[in-house]
Design a protein around this ligand. Sequence first.
Ligand code: GTP
Ligand code: MG
Length: 201
Amino acid sequence: MEILSASFVISSATVEQCPPQKLPEYAFIGRSNVGKSSLINMLTGRKKLAKTSGTPGKTQLINHFLINENWFLVDLPGYGYAKTSKKNKRSFQKMISSYFLEREQLMGAFVLIDVRHPPQKIDVDFMYWLGSKAIPFSIIFTKADKLKPKVLDRHITHYQNVLKKTWDPLPNHFLSSSVKKTGKTAILNYIDTINEQLKRD
Ligand code: GTP
Ligand code: MG
């Protein structure tokens, strides 16, 4: 799928403030600093569409980007950001969980995982929660440029072995690098397939 247009629409602090249009949307979620905003920029080919930062906790609201005038990409704040207050953590959690539970237009979530690290409880638990709520999701292993191909394969296999304890079949997964533009075609084609399917339904 070609990205013909991509524009920022609104930042929302609650799910009620999100755009009213009933367009299909796809949300990017994961730990702070995993590369959610960078991936949105890579996919859309717009370097500064979503704000990125080397410091975790950059994205603090639900950000909607309108793509090709007929679907949304959604950039969410990261979970597991250690340096924020307990009160803040709770309000983030509430924002994220009500978004996933109440946003009917959400056609798929992408859970981003930094491919360099072994499975973290917070990510595995979050995927389990999505599954328990029947929210469809795929995994995107990010920052693929940081590892040599053999190590990369080993990490992904290990991650899948851990997930196999809970999941059958395993969640769909993609590999990405926002630096090398890895994964762009596969992720966009996947979204396109769902969008086309929705048009037929
Ligand atoms: P929060 O909004 O704080 O939750 O973070 P985020 O998940 O949106 O991460 P962001 O896109 O802001 O990226 C965090 C840092 O990781 C930045 O310094 C990016 O340049 C870097 N980064 C993101 N994606 C990649 C990647 O694919 N490869 C490499 N090498 N660095 C990346
Ligand atoms: Mg961000």
